[in-house]
Design a protein around this ligand. Structure first.
Ligand code: ATP
Ligand code: MG
Length: 299
């Protein structure tokens, strides 16, 4: 059964997209079959992995973008999966096993204009379509914007686990606290639509610290985050084994450069000559490994 994980924090710009794209690549490189959903109308993950030429076509027409699955009679999720999405400049597939369901800028219409059927909310439409293809994957990952509005709700309703990317600062702590609060409320609102087969509602599994600069001491913000996590665990508002991941991702220029080049960091290795890339690649591989080793909730 696929493990379904949302990457979300109420704080923007903490590195959710960078973390999910590079972790997805790390999992695929370890031989796992991975499906990544871009649920953020900013389309960062889609533009990164498709590069502009392929993404522009989707943005111009809506065809192949996630918004289209909410229109009855049009595409289903299974029709809009980009198989083995990562290509080099010649169009050769360079990362088999990583598939993408992309978005375009119009996903914002899901928040504003979508009427839908109140008896079948948007997240149930999404979850039912996802269920048709779930068994093709080991991992299904959802890149969410920093809120739990409708697009995020699709990921949060359909997943079982939540990973919270964070920076070692006070705003990330506030973002985490707000997230747990909003999650609880959404689970209450959506509870009547959950089927037993879906398993329990998603719980926070852990926090990953991202963009850690060399020589910067993060012990105090880390301790504060750990205290908050302990409180949430005691109150059963996060998973019983929720933790701060041992792996933390260092700050590295190459992470920013990878976006421009349209590749996950790990695939830039050959182009490296400054040595720093190796190390952040190791961080992402370790994180992929740590996620695999921790197993699903309750394992
Ligand atoms: N480990 C890292 N080292 C250096 N730069 C990083 C790292 N992780 C992320 N960044 C950079 O930080 C910026 C924000 O990252 P990213 O877009 O992944 O955050 P996000 O949480 O997805 O943002 P949003 O809330 O807008 O979706 C980007 O410019 C990205 O390249
Ligand atoms: Mg993002």
């Amino acid at each position: 059964m696929a493990r379904k994980i949302s990457f979300i924090n109420y704080k923007g710009g903490v590195g959710k997209t960078s973390l999910i794209v590079n972790t997805a690549a790390g999992l695929a490189r370890l031989g796992k079959k991975v499906l990544l959903f871009d649920l953020d109308t900013q389309s960062n993950a889609s533009i990164w992995l498709l590069r502009l030429e392929r993404w522009n076509k989707i943005n111009a027409t809506n065809e192949g973008a996630i918004l289209s699955i909410f229109d009855p009679g049009t595409a289903k999720i299974r029709d809009i999966v980009f198989r083995d999405v990562v290509e080099d400049k010649t169009g050769a597939k360079v990362l088999p096993g990583l598939d993408l369901v992309p978005t375009n800028f119009n996903l914002v219409d899901l928040e504003n204009e979508y009427a839908g059927d109140p008896k079948v909310p948007h997240y149930l439409v999404f979850q039912r379509q996802l269920a048709e293809i779930e068994d093709q994957y080991d991992y299904i990952l959802f890149d969410c914007p920093p809120n739990i509005l409708r697009a995020s709700q699709c990921g949060v309703f359909s997943c079982n686990e939540i990973i919270v990317p964070a920076n070692p600062d006070a705003l990330s702590l506030i973002g985490f606290t707000l997230l747990v609060d909003k999650l609880g409320r959404f689970h209450q609102v959506s509870a009547s639509f959950r089927q037993a087969a879906m398993g329990p509602a998603a719980q926070v599994r852990g926090i990953v610290f991202n963009s850690i600069k060399t020589g910067v001491d993060i012990e105090v913000p880390k301790m504060r985050m750990q205290l908050r996590m302990n409180q949430f665990r005691a109150a059963k508002r996060v998973a019983a084994d929720a933790k701060i991941f041992q792996t933390q991702i260092r700050d590295a220029m190459v992470v920013r450069r990878a976006v421009t080049l349209g590749l996950p960091v790990a695939l830039l290795a050959q182009e490296s000559d400054d040595g720093s890339q190796e190390s952040v690649i190791t961080d992402y591989r370790r994180l992929a490994d740590e996620i695999i080793r921790m197993g699903p909730i309750g394992s």
